[in-house]
Ligand binder design. Structure first.
Ligand code: FES
Ligand SMILES: [Fe+2]
Length: 354
């Protein structure tokens, strides 16, 4: 990993490519989380979108998830208006049936024994893992060369998992910059979030940005998380690891956050986050408390932070759209690095896709 040690202090050095980063698309040759697995019920069709592509998800008779283009190749009707029948997805208009590979396998008014027309929907590589459904929207031949992030905490009995989904009316770059930006503790000060952030390390590869910040906490949160008994000031290291297109963030010995970003369109994004907390209590006590703690932490801790972030993110997007030529001033080298990476990943995909 290339160290950028001499550029850590907030400064005006470095070229910002901010305006272009708001217009670029995704590199689709990665696995993207697109839905919570429990939202895809047997017998139902779940429509999702990933970077302007509509995809219909359904479960076949073996409960395996299938993913096909959400457009019927007969006349273009959305497939989620239809139904699931055995292993097939059936269009709601004329009843044409398709298998998980998107091939037409039946037409209700077709003469028996006659060859079916060659009508094909695009199929997508899909998998179910960590309670999420993942799609590989790029070149099918590359799907096996990539995988969703490893999440060892998912099966760790000492961790409390809190899933959290969010939707943003904003380009994915604005959302990703918010996650990389530890300097916005200012926004969350009434929630007793972190303060005094210092960027202490920044590294960059072709596919990742790793930033480490030192931050301080005090008050209610420090007591809740067991940092300090009297709520006094505690200093911790936060590592923010953007591994395109997702985040793996860790707060020293306390928690991990896996944040999967779903870019939907130029002005819409979603996120699927799995937060793992290592609470200072034994497993025998943690297990019965799990069900009660999850909603409590979600409502007390995450949703208030998230709502504050969404307001800022969407305001940034709104003003960008009013005047896309306007230049803004960025001083955090970690943000400049992530902008550079998002643009580079898009350009890399475009250069191989010609
Ligand atoms: S439009 Fe789908 S079967 Fe006719
Ligand atoms: Fe925030």
């Amino acid at each position: 990993m290339l160290e950028l040690a001499n550029t850590l202090s907030t400064s005006l050095q470095g070229q910002t490519i901010q305006n272009r980063v708001r217009e670029v698309g995704i590199n689709p040759n990665y696995w993207y989380a697109v839905a919570w697995a429990h939202d895809l019920k047997a017998g139902k069709i779940l429509p999702i979108r990933i970077w302007n592509q509509s995809i219909a998800l359904y479960r076949d008779s073996q409960n395996q998830v299938q993913a096909v283009e959400n457009v019927c190749p007969h006349k273009g009707v959305a497939m989620d208006k239809g139904k699931v029948q055995g292993d097939a997805i059936v269009c709601g208009y004329h009843g044409w049936e398709f298998n998980g590979q998107g091939e037409c396998v039946g037409i209700p008014y077709w003469n028996q024994g006659q060859k079916l027309p060659c009508a094909q929907m695009k199929p997508f590589p899909v998998q179910e893992k960590y309670g999420l459904i993942w799609i590989f929207p790029g070149d099918r031949a590359l799907a096996a060369t990539q995988s969703p992030p490893q999440i060892p905490e998912y099966d760790d009995p000492n961790c409390l998992m809190i899933p959290l989904g969010a939707a943003f009316k904003a380009h994915f770059s604005i959302c990703n910059e918010n996650t990389m930006d530890v300097f916005h503790g200012y926004l969350h000060q009434n929630l007793q979030g972190w303060f005094d952030p210092v960027l202490i390390k920044l590294g960059e590869t072709e596919e990742s940005i790793l930033a480490e910040y030192r931050v301080s906490y005090r008050g209610f949160l420090t007591k809740l998380l067991g940092f300090s008994k009297d709520g006094g000031i505690t200093t911790k290291t936060i590592s923010i690891d953007y591994q395109y297109p997702n985040y793996i963030n860790k707060l020293e010995n306390v928690s991990s956050l896996y944040l999967m970003r779903l870019p939907i369109s130029r002005t819409e994004s979603r996120s699927f986050a799995l937060f793992f907390l290592r609470l200072p209590i034994p497993t025998w006590l943690l297990n019965p408390l799990r069900r009660a703690l999850q909603p409590l932490i979600l409502h007390l801790l995450f949703l208030p932070f998230l709502h504050q972030d969404i307001e800022m993110i969407e305001s940034e997007q709104e003003n960008y759209l009013k005047d896309p030529q306007r230049r803004y001033v960025e001083v955090n080298p970690a943000i400049i690095a992530i902008q550079r990476l998002i643009v580079k990943q898009y350009d890399r995909y475009r250069s191989t896709d010609q």
